[in-house]
Design a protein around this ligand. Structure first.
Ligand code: SF4
Ligand code: SF4
Length: 143
């Protein structure tokens, strides 16, 4: 692995993921894809998720995800995996740059939308509603 000071290392496929240089970011949460909200009730459910500590919702390429920030019970104090030999497949597949690189490589973690709590979601929802209303008004005027 190449490692220039101040820059992320450039890993070689055969070395595996550079997990020894990371604070095990991916072992501190899990995320599940959820249905894209359509009805008013769907938005209210998302608001409810976001009322809980350690929960975030984000949108990436139009897909919606629920993120639960909780540390894996097998993560060791030195950031190594306590069940390395029998770790789940998803942990094995994650980490190398390629089609779906882990957050070690995608430091920017840019999402289409990111809601860390219900307050942020409420603000976005109110703005969305106002935008929709204005659009409808404009359409009516044009007709
Ligand atoms: S897979 Fe990526 S994010 Fe996870 S510990 Fe390894 S380098 Fe860090
Ligand atoms: S099982 Fe091991 S690799 Fe997988 S999340 Fe837990 S500590 Fe990380």
């Amino acid at each position: 692995m190449l490692h220039e000071p101040g820059k992320p290392p450039v890993p070689k496929e055969e070395d595996g993921g550079p997990c020894h240089l990371c604070n095990a970011a991916c072992c501190r949460y899990f995320a599940l894809q959820i249905d894209k909200p359509k009805a008013k009730q769907d938005f209210d459910h998302i608001r409810w998720y976001l009322c809980h500590e350690g929960v975030a919702v984000w949108v990436d390429d139009g897909d919606w995800y629920l993120e639960v920030r909780t540390v894996c019970r097998h993560l060791q104090p030195d950031n190594t995996c306590g069940i390395y030999e029998t770790r789940p497949q998803i942990c094995r597949d994650y980490g190398l740059p390629g089609e779906d690189p882990c957050e070690f490589f995608t430091k920017d973690m840019e999402y289409d939308l990111y809601f860390p709590d219900d307050k942020t979601f409420d603000t976005w929802y109110a703005e969305r509603k106002a935008r929709k209303k204005a659009k409808k008004h404009k359409k009516r005027k044009a007709a």
